[in-house]
Design a protein around this ligand. Structure first.
Ligand code: ADP
Ligand code: MG
Length: 330
């Protein structure tokens, strides 16, 4: 196996203090390898964006480590973003907010070339090449972002990201703000770019049908934790975590525009006061007594990993959880 580009171990991010403290990300392990798209899915508020920012050094960690190309990623606040991190890039949901409206497209992309260590003198030529690569005319260098549609603007943002010669891209809902036809086109473009340049990509989305199409592996998040992770085809055809099962069942209804329409009782719990035991137990159709006290870890089951005491029987305890013995134990 090739070495991962991006390696997260036990990553936790917290906001607030005392009773208001939220563990937005709580003990996540992830590897992203060259040529791979890792889909990251889960309901709004489960921590996808926070994890994406933590993975790119934009968020301080409460715990754990992030490595990019074998080197530790230090949060930007603690140290100036080093040259070694410029090949780790983020693409955001809103191409309106991420492109300075006062600069021409050619200048914006040339900024990316300079960010990637290239010469500004080469910037305009590179900008034309990159615009054509993302499916826009090279002449767009002379226009302003507002002259383009949302889908075209996201292509411009992608061209600027490519200008920095990235090895790994974290794309946070890169197609969610686009209309339906632009969504498919931009998703396909990202797939092609990953394949042709052996990039690694984390593709954050609540549109499960798109993730099914573009992601090689998928990680399912619930309340700051990954509850299932594995090859997309394996997870999608035979989900083992009951939460994944509810997501997969929701695919035909997913409109890609709003929150994920999962067919489960209740809402995502308050992350400042997560439920005891398995965080999913209050909404789980398979809940058993032990789920209220034992905290499942990701365990290998049927070719992927899942964190479910009922479905992934190898599940052990997290430190501090109450072990159950005797009747009721599988
Ligand atoms: P997602 O991207 O999956 O919708 P987020 O990562 O945005 O989820 O948010 C995860 C949790 O962290 C939510 O409860 C959210 O309210 C909280 N959160 C996110 N960003 C901040 C912040 N800057 N300050 C305080 N809480 C935050
Ligand atoms: Mg988000």
């Amino acid at each position: 196996m090739t070495a991962p580009l991006l390696r997260l171990r036990d990553v936790a991010v917290e906001y607030g203090r005392g009773a208001a403290r939220v563990r937005a990300v709580d003990g996540v392990d992830l590897d992203v390898r060259p040529g791979e798209i890792l889909g990251l899915v889960g309901e709004s508020g489960c921590g996808k964006s926070t994890l994406g920012r933590a993975a790119t050094g934009l968020e301080p960690l409460a715990r754990g480590t992030v490595e990019f190309l074998g080197r530790p990623v230090e949060p930007a606040g603690r140290r100036r973003r080093g040259a070694d991190l410029r090949r780790l890039q983020m693409v955001f949901q809103d191409p309106y907010a991420s492109l300075n409206p006062r600069r021409k497209v050619g200048e914006l992309i040339a900024d990316g070339v300079v960010l990637g260590g290239g010469r500004r003198a080469d910037g305009l030529r590179r900008a034309r090449e990159l615009l054509e690569r993302v499916g826009l005319p090279g002449d767009a260098v002379g226009s302003y972002p507002h002259e383009f549609s949302g889908g075209q603007r996201q292509r411009i943002a992608i061209a600027r990201t490519l200008a920095a010669d990235p090895a790994c891209i974290v794309a946070d809902e890169p197609i969610s703000a686009l209309d339906a036809s632009a969504q498919a086109q931009v998703a396909n473009l990202l797939s092609e770019l990953v394949a042709e340049a052996s990039l690694g990509m984390v593709f954050v989305s609540h549109d499960l049908s798109v993730v099914r199409q573009v992601a090689h592996r998928v990680a399912v998040m619930y309340l700051g934790r990954i509850v299932e992770i594995g090859d997309t085809a394996t997870v999608w055809s035979d989900p083992r975590h009951p939460y994944t099962e509810a997501l997969v069942a929701a695919i035909p209804r997913a409109d890609g525009a709003g929150t994920l329409p999962v067919d489960l009782p209740g809402d995502v719990p308050d992350p400042a006061a997560p439920p005891s035991g398995c965080h999913f137990h209050p909404r789980c159709p398979l809940v058993q007594d032990r789920c209220r006290v034992q905290d499942p870890r990701l365990e290998p089951v049927a070719g992927r990993s899942a964190a479910c005491l009922v479905r992934a029987p190898g599940s052990g305890n997290r430190a501090g959880a109450v072990p159950l013995t005797g009747p009721g134990r599988p």
